[in-house]
Structure formats: structure tokens, C-alpha cells
Design a protein around this ligand. Sequence first.
Ligand code: FES
Ligand SMILES: [Fe+2]
Length: 412
Amino acid sequence: MLSHEDNELLTRVEGPAPMGAYLREYWTPAVRSERLIADGAPVKVRLFGENFVAFRATDGNVGFLDEACPHRGASLALARNEDCALRCIYHGWKIDVSGTVVEVPSEPAERLEDMAQKISVRYFPSREAGGVVWVYLGLHDEPPPFPRFPFADVPAAHVRSLAAETHCNWLQAVEGTLDSSHVSILHQSWLGQSSGSLGETAEDSAPRYESDETGYGIRFAAIRHADADRMHVRVTEFVMPWTAYIPTGDEDRIAIIGTPIDDEHSRQWFIRWNDDHPLTEDTDTHFWYHDLTVAPDDFAALTRGKDNWGQDRALMSDGHFSGFNNLVLEDVAIQESQGSIVDRSREKLGTSDIAVVKTRRLLLNSVRSHTQDGEVFGQDDPLARPGSAGVAMTLEQTDDWRGAASTEARYV
Ligand code: FES
Ligand SMILES: [Fe+2]
């Protein structure tokens, strides 16, 4: 349970909210790279309650700017994208990827130089990794080092990124990924389809947790009895401030990132990759993923306009536990059903919620440190390579297994 004040501090991100200022200091996934085509349509992106526009210039470089034209505020999402710049279609002002005003055809030619120097268009640094454009929205002139994501170095065919725009606060999205105990309950009807060890989570719905704090977050081991002699260990790695590397139950790996669109909406990224070979479409290893690719920029839209997010009671009568025809849409429905910003002062938490509790504590400590002295958790070690875990395994049960669980995961 949290105080109302702490819940507000954790969840609010718009305007001057301390959490928004803190989160903006991290590289933020913004838009799928594929959506940006050289000289193609600009794309609106809303983050932290602000509206931006992303585009790919003629030379392939990405521009990320405020959406409003600096002249009189027309949307640059309507702009022409040509000659390495956006040209506003209202009066033709032209702005390049660095935010420089390079043409003002509505003014006498001799004024261009003067105006270009005086008018600042907010421009934000961007990078591409994992099929996603990442942007730095923080206050510093120099962005922090780009993280060493484990999916950043694999060939394009080995990685696929999807997004969902959920109608709830960003922290509900993050907490859903860290809560291992719900897997055995909410997702139980899918577990038998896993080609890997995910099915073993069905045997024990009350995991015990171990955790290690790392330089960049927390590693959680959810430990279940698999049978009389063995235990099932599911290791999730949380990387501050919003990324979870979770065990998929098959040989692919996945990072789930919950970012704020605004206080009451979040964009969740699912970045799936395989270190050794290209991802495949029609294998059972993707049983909880492939249906979503029809709406890669917002698969939560598949639930919109439907009663109870499309829950199918007939399916439940036939034996399906939740009545949702996709594992990830089960999560979307649940997170949105908690409300725009869940009131954490009314919760009744148990031992299975320990991962959520520890993560909240770390976030609260970190946002306070940032407010007080500008510190950004995890950014003092640019060589750290988060995401080494996100594994599940079954171990022989021995007398000293407790410490072994999370320690062994570190080296998998
Ligand atoms: S509003 Fe964009 S050029 Fe006038
Ligand atoms: Fe889930």
C-alpha cells in the first residue's frame, strides 16, 4: 500500500511533475523505425503529455521536433517532407532535422538569416535500435550514453518490435511485467502451448521471490515447485526505469518497456529477438505474439470498442480461463481495467507482490534523488549491459537452493 502522495509522485509525468522530469533523462522508445520513410509522411508521437513529430529526411536521418510549427502552430504532421526538411503547408516555413529554420518564404529573403538565428524549434536527439527510434527528451545538451541493449546488435531479421497504446498510467504497464505470480493464473490457458518451460509455472501459483539489486535495476527470481524434486525458477530483470526482460518460455527473448504517453495513457513496447537466427512467424514459439502483428503500432486497438475488451464468455464456458483469445491482450484488459491511475492506497498486498513493492521503492528513491541532486539511477556505468537474464530454468531442489536461484541465472 502506498500513500496518496507517493502514488501521485510515482505516476504523474506531465508538465513539471518530478517523475516526468526524471524519466525524460532516459532514452525513450518513440516510434517504429519502419514507419519513418525517407521523404514520407511525418508521424505524430505523444510522450509525457507533449506532442512531437518524427520524420525521416531524404538522406535517411531522423528528425524529432515539437509538433507545432514555430510560426503559428500548425501541425508539422501535415507538413511536406522534402529536401532533408519538413515544409509547413500553411506558409511554407522549412525546418531541418536539427530544428534549424532554413526557409521562410512568407517573409522577405533578407530576413531569413535573422529569423533562423532567433527562432528555436525544439529538436531532440534520436537513435535507432531494435527496429525502434529512441529519443532523448531530457534537459541536458548532451544526451546520456545510448544503452547497450542486448537486441541492438542482432541483424534486422532477428528482431521485431510491436507497440500497444494502453489507456492507463505507465506504471500499471511496468508492474504487470514484473508480477510473475499472475502468469500461473491469468495466462494459465496458454501455458500448455509453450514449447519451453513456461508450462511448469502452472504447477505452483504462489511463487517465492528472491531479488538482487543491480547497478541498473533489480533482478527477480520467482521460484515455484515444479515437482517433488525440482523447482522452477523464472528470472525477470528489471532495468530502470521501465524495462523488464522476462522469460518467454521459448528460445526467443523479449524486453517489455512501459513508457508514458501522458498521465493516463502508456505506450508499451514488446521487443522480441533471437540471438542466433531470424524470427519465424509460424512456429508455436510465437503463440502469444503473432496475432498482434496486424496492428504493430497499437495492438491494444484490437480490444477497442468491444464490451469488456472483447472477453468471450462462450470461450470461458468451453474451458478457457480468461476468455481472451490472446495472452498479451489479457494483460492489456487487466491493466486498463484497474483504471486510468490505480489508487494504490487501497491495495491489499501479499508476499507475491514483493517485486512490485521493491520496484516502487527503487523508483521513489530514484525520483527523489533526481529532484534533489540531479542523479539519474544507472547512468553512471555506461558499460553495463542490462538484460542478461530474462530466463526460466528448472533446477534440482537441494538444501541450499535459495541463494543459488538468482545467482545461477546471472550466468545463463
Ligand atoms: S504556421 Fe507553419 S508556416 Fe505558418
Ligand atoms: Fe501477463
